[in-house]
Design a protein around this ligand. Structure first.
Ligand code: ATR
Length: 278
């Protein structure tokens, strides 16, 4: 655990805006269930204030053990920390920082959150090694990292803007290819996993029809959107007889490594936490 007041450990989530963040709900629930008299504070930090905030964190004047980092600071903070791990480097974004022996360390836990959610709800999800990843934004990068780490050998990125998919296939290398949306059906052929990383279907907005019939037998469809819990893409997949996993657990599991770093305890992703956050 980081150097700070052991009687009242403190962590933060910084962003602009910050009021929408669900992270306080998650970490305060874990603090309460673990009986830790700590705090987890949403802190509104503008881009122009980031340097000052990080300086106060490093010199201990703010007495935080660390915290979460959200938009628009996920890239900018990478240049301000003392140590950034390979995961955050490959994803190109930081979402968790902590102090360790006076040094500010950084990682990205979204990749862990994605895999841990599927490990919990659909063990063996990574047995087949072929995936379709729909979307090429920030969330897509974390999922590509997770799939590469689990040994996926064929990952087909499909995106409305082909150039963004190409950028990611260059970044993630061997076995990762880039495709436009009109290739979606073709590249789905024989895939074991379909991941929606786009915002399509968020809030229940209608999505264009997707034909999942070309996926491999027993393929799994998952979504990073979790509002609604059963997204239009998941409903479409279920109506075509496929297994589905919702994205809420990714949000909950990505929070766990930070809690461990700041508060020194391993938290559990329970049904009551799911009910609280949704
Ligand atoms: P995030 O960091 O959450 O991934 P993002 O970087 O804005 O957010 O990426 C959003 C993704 O959703 C992109 O892949 C985007 O496609 P483009 O790269 O072409 O913009 C995709 N997306 C958003 N709205 C879409 C829509 N209506 N149809 C298809 N793809 C869409």
């Amino acid at each position: 655990m980081a150097d700070q007041n052991p009687l009242h450990p403190r962590a933060f989530v910084i962003g602009d805006p910050i009021s929408h963040s669900r992270s306080p709900l998650i970490h305060r629930h874990w603090l309460e269930t673990a009986g830790i008299k700590g705090s987890y504070d949403p802190v509104h930090i503008r881009e122009s204030d980031l340097k000052r905030f990080v300086a106060a964190l490093k010199d201990g004047t703010s007495s935080y053990a660390g915290g979460n980092v959200t938009l628009p600071h996920k890239q900018a903070i990478a240049d301000l920390v003392d140590n950034i791990d390979e995961t955050a480097k490959q994803i190109g974004a930081v979402n968790t920082v902590w102090l360790e022996a006076g040094r500010l360390c950084a990682t990205n836990t979204d990749s862990h959150g994605f895999s841990a959610n599927l490990d919990e709800l659909e063990p063996g999800w990574d047995r087949g090694k072929t995936a379709v990843v729909f979307g090429a934004g920030g969330a897509s990068r974390a999922i590509l990292h997770a799939l590469k780490a689990r040994g996926f050998t064929s990952i087909r990125i499909v995106n409305r803007t082909l150039a963004r998919a190409q950028e990611l296939s260059d970044r993630f290398g061997g076995g990762v290819s880039a495709h436009s949306i009109d290739e979606l059906d073709d590249v789905s052929s024989g895939a074991n996993l379909f991941v929606n990383t786009t915002s399509l279907g968020m809030g229940g907005t209608p999505v264009p029809d997707i034909d999942f019939s070309r996926l491999a037998t027993g393929a799994l469809v998952t979504d990073i959107v979790y509002v609604p819990l059963v997204t239009p893409i998941m409903a479409m997949a279920a109506s075509q007889g496929l297994a589905t996993v919702d994205g809420l657990g990714m949000l909950l599991h990505q929070a766990a490594p930070g809690f461990e770093k700041w508060f020194g305890r391993t938290p559990a992703v329970t049904k009551s936490l799911r009910d609280l956050v949704i």
